[in-house]
Design a protein around this ligand. Sequence first.
Ligand code: GLV
Length: 325
Amino acid sequence: MRPKILVTREVFDETLEYLREHCDVDANQEDMALAPDALMKRLADKEGVICSLTDRIDAALLERCPKLKVVANIAVGYNNIDVPACSARGIMATNTPGVLDDSTADLAWTLMLGAARRITEVERYVRNGEWKGWRLKQWLGIDVHHATLGIIGMGRIGQAIARRAAGFDMRVLYHNRKRVDEEIERKLNTRWVSLDELLGKSDFVVLQVPYSPETHHLIGAAQLSKMKRNAILINSTRGGVVDDQALISALRNGTIRAAGLDVFENEPKLNPAFLDLDNVVLAPHIGSSTEATRCAMAMTAAKNAVAVLIGSTPPNLINAEAIRS
Ligand code: GLV
């Protein structure tokens, strides 16, 4: 019998074609996130699920899905999945590392450049017909070139962000739980510093750590107060790494200059106070959203799921413990 798989959100046709070669596919191509009850109902008889960061895969759900063997997330982050609960049931969980590093790094840079040169403010100004002519002091921004970039989280995406800094002649500092190999530090022309030193010395602080209880509100009022007054904070990783209310106060009070945000606490219901601030560039969690990258992510998730369903180890297994348990 062919294994049954649920695809919780709209994916590309080629993803479905590939899955259909191997499985009976129940696809929610309407692209509305399934409510928890509907998700439970549709997943109850499935061996696999292709899900996204908008689906909460928790112990209560897994309890009701006795046949489930694989949870394949279409994302590199997997804080939407209770991984220990998967492992305890021998369910393999997978993610999509590697294929989105460059696109996500590009978006972090888009936010850096956009916030530095006030691109969303000036776009609104031009569209509103307010532009009456050139002035020397018009819409002054700050330079990205030759500035100091501080990257918090030096995994694959952090490194891709650092690589791009060479073209802007930037000084690059980083903070990570573990120092990366000296060879990588040399290639990226970067050095490890404490979090406080990074906050105190950087003109641009970019967050690229995964979200976890340890990184919850890693940047709050105390950390923001250690940043330069002219600094710009970029969050292109996960909502919750920044205390959004503290950031709003810092942007209002001039504690820091500006921010560029692709992710928010409680997204998509972001704190409405952000909408009243001019010194923040806002994006709707599109870090990896290019045609090629989102397609590659969906296909990576499909391949991970099929690997499990045909009895092999998936390329991007998060929980090796699932095999042992
Ligand atoms: C997107 O946010 C991802 O984790 O891939």
